[in-house]
Design a protein around this ligand. Structure first.
Ligand SMILES: Nc1ncnc2c1ncn2[C@@H]1O[C@H](COP(=O)(O)OP(=O)(O)OP(=O)(O)O)[C@@H](O)[C@H]1O
Ligand SMILES: [Mg+2]
Length: 254
């Protein structure tokens, strides 16, 4: 290869933004020549390395767009500690069929039983599989957007995600405007995109969260039409170690 060809190859690889290919080319060609690799083998290796780094970059981007507050993995979840959870049904959710089918998942249960952990873990599985995911921070912000006449924009932006994770429904009640905005979000995603919810309130108590029972019923009707509910009954994992140390009575479940 002449110097001109060599420089043109490097220049063109950069122009095509094949940066990994470009950066490993010289070293790999030397190794490949010594090992007697064929042209096809060389090209296959270099292209595979480029694809791998591109995949890693897009996963990084999806993870940062997802905005998970912490990273929680399914592998780190101790199913023995929480026997009310059917491990097989979580494995089934991890196949992500529910996202293909635009279905929802709801984790219900008292504090510390792993609702947010499982919701984030499924979100990470989805991001790994190439889905666009968003952990929705402060749904109440929808009401601010509505006041600024930007609710449509905000809902449209959220609709680009194939999976939303909406954590902690029920810790703070929605005011009338908040409930109206939340309903808009749910009805726009109905049968079009998946949502994973977590809540410390049973469905029967959702009326109190939204204050308006008619809106609560309309929201639940849409959420539950295609939905897997995981009802977790058990002890808080947060209290596990403190119980062991005897700082909290063994029968305390809070
Ligand atoms: N079975 C488990 N195995 C491993 N870690 C767990 C398990 N359950 C909960 N945890 C951990 O305990 C902490 C509390 O769990 P998590 O935040 O998921 O609870 P939660 O049900 O969402 O509670 P809250 O209603 O208070 O938000 C987290 O650090 C989580 O990773
Ligand atoms: Mg939580």
């Amino acid at each position: 290869m002449s110097q001109l060809e060599y420089e043109r190859l490097h220049h063109n690889l950069k122009f095509l933004e094949l940066m990994t290919f470009e950066s490993i080319l010289d070293n790999y060609l030397e190794v490949a020549t010594n090992d007697g690799k064929s042209t096809i083998e060389v090209l296959d290796y270099l292209v595979a390395q480029e694809v791998q780094s591109k995949e890693a970059r897009s996963l990084d981007l999806r993870m940062s767009l997802a905005g998970f507050p912490v990273e929680k993995r399914l592998d780190d979840f101790d199913f023995k500690f929480q026997p009310s959870i059917d491990k097989a049904s979580i494995k089934d959710l991890a196949s992500l069929k529910f996202i293909h089918n635009a279905e929802n998942v709801v984790f219900l249960g008292p504090p510390g039983v792993g609702k947010t952990h499982l919701a984030i873990a499924l979100g990470i599985e989805a991001a790994n599989a190439g889905f666009r995911v968003n952990f929705v921070m402060l749904v109440e912000r929808l009401a601010d957007a509505e006041k600024e006449k930007k609710l449509e924009d905000k809902i449209r932006r959220l609709s680009k995600f194939q999976l939303l994770v909406i954590d902690e429904i029920g810790y703070l009640p929605f005011d009338e405007l908040g409930a109206h905005c939340f309903f808009q979000l749910i009805s726009r995603r109905y049968e079009r995109g998946s949502i994973i919810f977590t809540s410390n309130k049973s469905y029967g108590e959702w009326g109190e969260i939204f204050k308006d029972h008619v809106i609560a019923a309309a929201i639940l009707d849409r959420v539950l039409h295609h939905c897997t509910t995981v009802n977790i009954k058990g002890d808080s994992y947060r209290l596990k170690d403190r119980k062991k140390q005897g700082l909290i009575p063994q029968n305390f479940s809070g």
